[in-house]
Structure formats: structure tokens, C-alpha cells
Design a protein around this ligand. Structure first.
Ligand code: ZN
Length: 68
């Protein structure tokens, strides 16, 4: 899902919005269309990192698997 981060030129508000094709983006705070899209790699938020396997779980798996 293309969720973009915007900052408002008028009031300086930062917000995220899921943008459909051809949709005009307006600031939810002041309803201004003078918004700038932030070009960041961020897609779903910091919560995404919580579900990915960390190095600790990978290390534990390798150390306990002494089959050789
Ligand atoms: Zn605004």
C-alpha cells in the first residue's frame, strides 16, 4: 500500500496518508493543499521491525542445532 508521509507548508503539520491515483492531498489540520511529500523508505512504520526475526533468535537457533 502506498502510504506517503507529508508535511504541510502552511501549518507545518506532518501526516501520513494512503494516496489513491490522482487524489489531491490536503492537510487534515488546515485543509491546505500546499503539502510536500517526504521521500523516505518508510512504508508501514516502525512496527514493521518488530515482526522481523532478530539476530538473537537466529543465533539461538544456530547454537542449539548441534546436529553435526
Ligand atoms: Zn496544514
Amino acid at each position: 500500500m502506498p502510504i506517503y508521509e507529508y508535511s504541510c507548508d502552511k501549518c507545518g503539520n506532518n501526516f501520513e496518508k494512503l494516496v489513491m491515483a490522482g487524489e489531491e492531498v490536503k492537510c487534515p489540520k488546515c485543509q491546505s493543499s500546499m503539502v510536500n511529500r517526504q521521500m523516505s523508505a518508510f512504508s508501514t512504520g516502525p512496527g514493521d521491525w518488530g515482526v522481523s526475526p532478530g539476530p538473537s533468535s537466529l543465533g539461538g537457533c544456530g547454537s542449539s542445532g548441534g546436529f553435526s
